[in-house]
Design a protein around this ligand. Structure first.
Ligand SMILES: [Zn+2]
Length: 345
């Protein structure tokens, strides 16, 4: 099976936040902690992806990643990995937790006993999986699609368990290929290939609902405290803009071609959901309105308002190429990436 998983934009945003937060800033630790947790989650997903790639099915199958299913106006459920076939849907929730794990109820939770005797309490991943399965079943029912949905929590480390109830929906990540193959073999075909394609396309559009941006609000940081312009990769300080095509850090003897797309994306992820010509000029320390306008028009961004009131905003679905702003002329239409990759078998 083919799996395509982009580097998460949220992970990129957290990394950029750290680039722009000054060294002594009191919020650095909170951002670093969030980055560590998010990164560990992503690594778990990559590991489960490796096992999914080893799985072979003799029918149409699509592996959809990073979905966000809306259950009601206020709630979206994130699903890292969903395997769609004509016989059913299987959700995999990757967990990368080492050590001996103890399952506890009231409330349902996981505990890990650390070597030093302390106990780390975590949310119950089985409960999380149940919520995901329920959300997908509801999503299917609302659309009158008759397809069963189930799933497993895939643990990437070899854990020792205590208190685990019989039939708990977990499995070691390396058993993913057997799990999928067995479930598939035991199921009957429920939808035809045409319906399968339609469901795949519909599910692919279920993303980018989780919007934690701008991160300055999430982490309660005053945007004026961020380092503006271009940040020197060597010393982490603001570089000097020499011309439209060159920025430099004299002490570090670093000179580079400025990456305008990166700066605009930084602004949209960290500072505000929209950017105007004036805001870009202030952020970059440039005077020339026309130069700023040229820069903003280079990228696929949505616009609101006319002339001086014009603002540019990001459509996460269509304006990004991974973690980079798409340049104009590189294909501006909505790219339903996963749907175009006809992964079979
Ligand atoms: Zn420097």
């Amino acid at each position: 099976m083919e799996v395509i998983r982009n580097y998460p934009i949220y992970l990129h945003a957290l990394e950029r936040m750290l680039v722009r937060l000054p060294e002594e800033h009191p919020k650095r630790q909170a951002v670093q902690d969030e980055l560590a947790v998010t990164k560990a989650g992503y690594q778990g997903e990559l590991e489960v992806d490796r096992h999914i790639r080893r799985t072979k099915l003799d029918s149409p199958v699509r592996v959809l990643t990073d979905l966000e299913i809306q259950v009601d106006e206020e709630h979206t459920i994130q699903i890292d990995t969903l395997i769609l076939t004509t016989r059913g849907i299987w959700i995999l929730e990757a967990k990368r937790i080492w050590g001996t794990l103890v399952y506890r109820e009231n409330p349902r939770r996981l505990e890990r006993r650390n070597d030093d005797g302390t106990i780390l309490t975590m949310k119950c991943p089985m409960l999380q999986l149940e919520t995901q399965i329920a959300a997908v079943r509801e999503w299917l029912a609302q659309r009158d699609i008759h397809l069963p949905a189930d799933g497993r929590v895939a643990f990437t480390y070899q854990n020792t368990w205590e208190g685990l109830p019989e039939g708990a929906p977990i499995l070691p990540a390396r058993e993913v290929p057997f799990y999928i193959a067995r479930e598939y073999a035991l199921s009957e075909s429920c939808i035809d290939e045409e319906a399968f394609e339609r469901v795949a396309t519909m599910l692919t559009l279920e993303r980018f609902r989780f919007n934690p941006y701008p991160l300055c609000i999430k982490f309660d940081v005053n945007p004026n405290e961020l380092i503006r312009g271009w940040v020197c990769p060597a010393c982490g300080k603001k570089m000097r803009r020499e011309s439209e095509r060159r920025v430099s850090c004299v002490p570090c003897k670093v000179a580079v071609k400025p990456d305008y797309g990166e700066v605009i994306l930084d602004w949209l992820l960290l500072v505000r959901p929209t950017i105007s010509n004036l805001q870009l000029r202030k952020f970059l320390g440039i005077q020339d309105k026309h130069a700023a306008s040229r820069v903003l028009r280079m990228f696929e961004l949505e616009t609101d308002g006319e002339s001086v009131n014009r603002v540019y905003r990001l459509n996460f679905m269509s304006d990004l190429d991974g973690v980079r702003l798409k340049r104009k002329g590189s294909g501006g239409a909505v790219v339903v990436r996963d749907a175009k990759v006809g992964a079979r078998g």
